[in-house]
Design a protein around this ligand. Structure first.
Ligand code: ARG
Length: 474
């Protein structure tokens, strides 16, 4: 066997001299991730700069080499931002693309950048830096979303809306109370993402391919430069772990669950059957054939996009479940779903925020009238009797009877005469009318967290304070 002389020239082939021939072009395309991981370039550059600084700091590279690498990487950033650096699939992925360009720019010293590093810890670092940034942005969107919900709630404390269970009229509510329920959900989403961020912000840099490195590196130094809170304790875990991505996708899925539920309500509310909101032109579209139509595209799209994010969560879980330690190429599949989920969540939050801020108008007259035309005050009749000492179950049965006979007579509870009430039960008095008036029905639910106006005003106050402190924190 003939051993060829070592080729140390600036060869452009990606792989070591172990390889004799090039990849099949279709396989090169199949293998390449540059078309999507180019989105990580800014993070790849920051990560590589921190790595180069660490190498110089530890005396693994000279200070001068370190500076040249950092400057070269900086230049690539400028080129990328100006649009002059546009690597194609021959680069395979963003990491190779950057290293090649760096070597073109600074010469052989560029080939030293990958000392004591692998693409495995590199891509893990990039993905975490990316997600950390995106989580920050999504959390800011969640606060803005809460702000517009709060603003709408503040103007609609006294607006009533039918409350439903099983989509059947149940008890009337303050519209503010209804909107504040979504504020609570968005607040949990904000907190949940803050918690996920803690596990995103751990540095795998320096885990190497899987086992660490023979060089005297300082992982804490590069981690600190990159603003990571901790470093992975185990190198195998560091390069294999995508739990943080699963957690993010789960948190993102819940955000979409919340937005989708609100969307469903807005779609119902905008229908002629409900007519609780009017859609403004800025957020709705028409039909190409039915000139009378105005469609709630924004909430429909949000509801529709929800499935994508759930799908990405499922895909990530399935990608991980059978993987032996440590890195496997399957992990390249972590990115597109993650990127799409990030884009989808941001887009949906932004659209719903605009919709609530200026895309719809509640119709207080319709809403207030709606609760006056039903039996959603029936519980209050039972409560009225129970407050006078009649056992609740007995009162409940009696009111059921009243509803039945009233329905048959085509009357509402408010239409019964005092005589009729007193025939039903002698405990009824003339104050029954005030007790079952919708506004009183709402006001009376003054238990903590209930829809009573006084409670709602306090809840608004608390939500506003909590939001202010979250806004200051971010
Ligand atoms: N493009 C690869 C990815 O996204 C980078 C890591 C490749 N590592 C490897 N050992 N082939 O996962």
């Amino acid at each position: 066997m003939r051993i060829r002389a070592l080729n140390t020239s600036a060869s452009q082939s990606t792989w070591s001299q172990r390889f004799e021939s090039a990849l099949h072009p279709a396989i090169a395309r199949f293998n390449a991730s540059i078309s999507f991981d180019i989105q990580l370039i800014e993070y790849d550059l920051i990560g590589s700069q921190a790595h180069a600084k660490m190498l110089a700091h530890c005396g693994i590279l000279s200070a001068e080499d370190g500076e040249q690498l950092v400057a070269g990487l900086e230049q690539i950033r400028q080129e990328y931002r100006q649009g002059t650096f546009q690597p194609g699939i021959e680069a395979e992925d963003v990491h190779f693309a950057v290293e090649r360009r760096l070597t073109e720019l600074v010469g052989d010293v560029g080939k030293k950048l990958h000392t004591a590093r692998s693409r495995n810890d590199q891509v893990g670092t990039d993905t975490r830096l990316y997600l950390r940034d995106q989580i920050h942005q999504i959390r800011t969107h969640l606060l803005a979303f809460q702000r517009v919900l709060l603003a709408q709630a503040t103007t609609h404390v006294e607006t009533l809306i039918p409350g439903y269970t099983h989509l059947q009229r149940a008890q009337p509510l303050s519209l503010a109370h209804h909107l504040l329920a979504y504020v609570e959900m968005a607040q949990r989403d904000w907190e949940r993402l803050g918690d996920v961020a803690k596990r995103v912000n751990i540095s795998p840099l320096g885990c190497g391919a899987l086992a660490g490195t023979t060089f005297p590196i300082d992982r804490h130094y590069s981690a600190e430069l990159l603003g990571f809170d901790q470093v992975y304790a185990n190198s195998l875990d560091g390069v294999s772990d995508r739990d943080f991505a699963v957690e993010f996708l789960a948190a993102a899925s819940l955000i979409l669950v919340h937005l989708s539920r609100l969307s469903e309500e807005v779609i119902l509310w905008a229908s002629e059957e409900f007519a609780f909101v009017t859609l403004k032109d800025s957020c709705s579209t028409g039909s190409s054939i039915m000139p009378q139509k105005k469609n709630p595209d924004v909430p429909e799209l949000v509801r529709g996009k929800t499935g994508r994010v759930f799908g990405h969560l499922q895909a990530m879980l399935v990608t991980l479940k059978g993987l032996p330690l440590a890195y496997n190429k399957d992990l390249q599949e972590d990115k597109e779903g993650l990127f799409d989920a990030v884009m989808t969540v941001k887009g949906c939050l932004e659209a719903m925020t605009i919709l609530l801020e200026e895309g719809l108008e509640f119709r207080p007259t319709r809403l207030n009238a709606a609760v006056a035309e039903d039996f959603s005050n029936a519980t209050d009749v039972a409560d009225y009797l129970a407050a006078k000492g009649i056992p609740f179950r007995e009162a409940y049965n009696l009111v059921g009877q009243v509803v039945k006979t009233s329905l048959a007579a085509g009357k509402l509870l408010k239409d019964l005469s005092l005589d009729e009430w007193q025939t039903l039960h002698p405990a009824f008095d003339s104050d029954i009318y005030a007790a079952i008036a919708p506004r009183q029905v709402v006001a009376a639910r003054n238990s903590y967290g209930g829809t009573g106006f006084a409670q709602v005003r306090q809840a608004l106050q608390r939500a506003d304070e909590r939001l202010q402190s979250a806004e200051n924190e971010s």
